[in-house]
Design a protein around this ligand. Structure first.
Ligand SMILES: Cc1cc2nc3c(=O)[nH]c(=O)nc-3n(C[C@H](O)[C@H](O)[C@H](O)COP(=O)(O)OP(=O)(O)OC[C@H]3O[C@@H](n4cnc5c(N)ncnc54)[C@H](O)[C@@H]3O)c2cc1C
Length: 631
């Protein structure tokens, strides 16, 4: 099946350099294309986007839903970052996949389309000095307007009252005219049904309407999937909605190496971004802007570019930019920058800090013969052939389905009050670093655990085998259990002034007891369900953790040796008060600058307790609105 395609970007690097731009967006990824396309709705402004990767209009590895994960590590699509060895993961390095193509990480993701709980977003208002611009009510219109939700689809999950199977199609909450197509599955494999009935039987309800700010329970997640073609729907939809406009200029295959500034005096800000420098085909170019630079390079490269942002240029008497001197300059922690001989333009210790991610460990069961899982697409030749035909014919069937069963759990839903108190005690023992966003984050997270209104554990039901050892003729389901609000705070920093080098990524996974105990609690829940009907009726045997792994200590070792990232890094250029480590204010403008804004997952002060993409698109939409208001 092929997606709807549109004209490829055709501007050359040198023609782009000569374009008169009002705005330039660094990174044609998830948020970047959303900002750019919305800004270009105003025909009086010239909008440029610069993306390091290429446009891949027809690419089954990206388009076909069953191929999710297939692009990981492939240099045609993935920056393929790697973390430093993680002591909490028994010394393993974690792969950090990030899209390097038009569409960014939205082209690589696993399609789950959902949002966080109301307190998740209300917390952001706290970091924005209580600004009414942030918070759930303020963000819902942006979350909504990203998407066109497929109508007339019912939710078949157990536990949903018949009159509520379509109740979540509330036009105030979900969109019907946005660029990204979202939809429920048309077909379902077998495990979700006994699994959900079993969770229901122990008091974990099915949630028919998780878009309204209450995410707790089991949900049937929509996918970012265009059902009319059976293909992924991703940020290129924003590109396509604007590509025919003469004020929309997209350059691909070019990597931004610097943001250029001149001095200015506007309030407390001292720097005005005047343009960017980029490299394409080993040649360096620069382009100027009259209004703003928007940094949308994602959680890993946004802090990297800030730390290397710009030799300081000034306009000389001939109205041309001249470099003040040859020193490399940057925005970030002056101690770190000094150690690399980078002159600090703005001392912002929060740049590159506050890295948060969702980490998952798997509990895997082999299922009995005859139980349909996605493994059948490769271990049952007849089924595979039939599904291949169906997908080729009209983009339907199991090649166009995805793992939609997600469970969001406040501790109260599966732990008793003594266990909740004990996990709260563990939380109270985590180290909190003053002078950063952590004291405020700690206070919020403590309330969330105590009040039980914000889910802390997510379980993704993956309807296939994933954790080795796997028997190629068998079928499996794997429950991935993860932390929605981990306490680990990592970092992303440069260790060289070469802008083309990969930055150093250190997530500090599982170095605090709270994150360990949170995942352990979910793993134990899943292990306790093996003999509970009706789930037990489909289980042949436990595959992972191996049956001899029983004690807490052994389970923790299993988690450390196998846990994997869900590829949700966020928070490295956080919205927050400057004195407490914030990098951008409520207007998303970088402190100390007049017109450098950030719009991507890096601005999240606390990681949203959900899959991230819908929220990242909404950040892009919101940034465009803030920029338009400032005009
Ligand atoms: C494997 C994987 C699975 C995921 N699964 C899900 C899921 O199922 N559901 C969900 O909601 N979320 C999921 N996510 C998360 C979600 O997709 C991301 O959080 C989101 O796409 C990040 O958007 P962004 O705009 O911050 O960055 P990106 O979309 O990564 O955009 C950054 C862009 O900037 C470009 N860039 C970077 N540096 C430069 C430079 N110097 N010059 C020019 N261009 C540059 C990059 O090439 C990229 O295109 C997943 C992510 C991954 C990687």
């Amino acid at each position: 099946q092929t997606p709807q395609t549109c004209a490829s970007p055709s501007i050359s690097p040198s023609a782009f350099a000569n374009t008169k731009l009002d705005y330039v967006i660094i990174g044609g990824g998830t948020a970047g294309l959303a900002v750019a396309s919305r800004l270009a709705d105003d025909p009086s402004v010239q909008v440029g986007v610069i993306e390091a990767g290429l446009y891949h209009p027809v690419e089954p590895l990206i388009d076909t839903p069953s191929n999710v994960g297939a692009t990981e590590g492939n240099p045609n699509f993935d920056w393929a970052f790697l973390s430093v060895p993680q002591p909490g993961l028994n010394g393993r390095q974690m792969t950090v996949p990030r899209g390097k193509l038009l569409g960014g990480s939205s082209a690589l993701n696993f399609l789950a389309w959902n949002r966080g709980s109301k307190p998740d977003y209300d917390a952001w208002s706290t970091f924005a000095d209580g600004s009414s611009d942030w918070g759930f009510e303020a963000l819902v219109p942006y979350l909504r307007d990203t998407t066109t939700t497929r109508q007339n689809q019912t939710n078949p999950y157990p536990g949903i009252p018949a009159n509520e199977t379509t109740a979540d199609f509330d036009p105030n909450l979900v969109g019907f005219s946005g660029p990204i197509a979202s939809s429920y599955n048309d077909v379902y494999v077998d495990p979700p049904f006994p699994y959900i009935e079993t969770l229901n039987s122990i008091g974990i309800p099915t949630n028919p309407n998780p878009d309204n700010g209450n995410t707790a329970g089991i949900i049937n997640s929509r996918a970012s999937l265009d059902r009319s073609r059976g293909v992924r729907s991703y940020a290129v939809e924003y590109y396509c909605r604007s590509v025919s406009q003469s004020n929309f200029h997209v350059l691909t295959g070019a990597q931004v190496t610097k943001i250029l500034f001149n001095s200015s005096k506007k309030g407390n800000a001292s720097l005005t971004a005047t343009g960017i420098q980029y490299t394409a085909n080993s040649t360096q170019f620069s382009v100027n802007v009259t209004k703003e630079v928007v940094l949308s390079a994602g959680t890993i490269q946004t802090p990297q570019l800030l730390e290397l942002s710009g030799s300081l240029f000034i306009l000389n008497s001939h109205k041309t930019f001249v470099i003040i001197n040859n020193t490399v300059t940057g925005i970030g922690n002056s101690t770190l920058l000094n150690s690399l001989n980078v002159t600090t333009l703005v001392d912002l210790p929060g740049v590159g800090e506050n890295l948060q991610d969702h980490l998952f460990a798997g509990v895997e069961y082999e299922v009995k013969p005859g139980v349909l899982t996605f493994d059948w697409l490769h271990n049952n030749a007849t089924f595979e052939a039939q599904q291949t035909e169906l997908y080729k014919a009209n983009g339907t069937g199991y090649f166009a389905a995805f793992d939609s069963t997600l469970t969001w759990l406040p501790f109260e839903l599966f732990l008793n009050s003594t266990q909740v108190s004990s996990i709260l005690n563990v939380f109270d023992s985590v180290p909190v670093q003053n002078g950063t966003l952590q004291p405020l984050q700690h206070q919020l997270q403590r309330q969330w655990i105590q009040q039980g209104n914000v889910p802390q554990v997510q379980i993704i039901l993956h309807n296939a085998g994933e954790v080795p050892p796997l028997n190629s003729n068998s079928s499996y389901f794997t429950a991935f259990i993860g932390t929605l609000h981990p306490w680990a705070r990592g970092s992303v920093h440069i260790n060289t002034t070469n802008p083309l080098a990969h930055p150093v990524i250190n997530e500090h996974y599982l170095e605090n007891d709270y994150d360990v105990q949170t995942i352990l609690s979910g793993v134990k829940l899943l292990l306790s369900l093996q003999n509970v009907a009706p789930l037990s009726n489909i289980i042949q045997a436990r595959n992972a953790p191996a049956v001899n792994i029983q004690s807490d200590a052994d389970l923790i070792n299993y988690i450390r040796s196998g846990a994997a990232s869900s590829s949700h890094p966020a928070g490295t250029a956080a919205l927050g008060p400057r004195a407490q480590g914030g990098v951008v204010g409520p207007d998303l403008v970088v402190y100390g600058t007049t017109n450098l804004r950030i719009a991507d997952a890096s601005v999240m002060p606390t990681i949203v307790g959900a899959n991230l993409q819908q929220t990242v698109y909404a950040i892009g939409e919101k940034a465009a609105a803030l920029i338009s208001q400032a005009k």
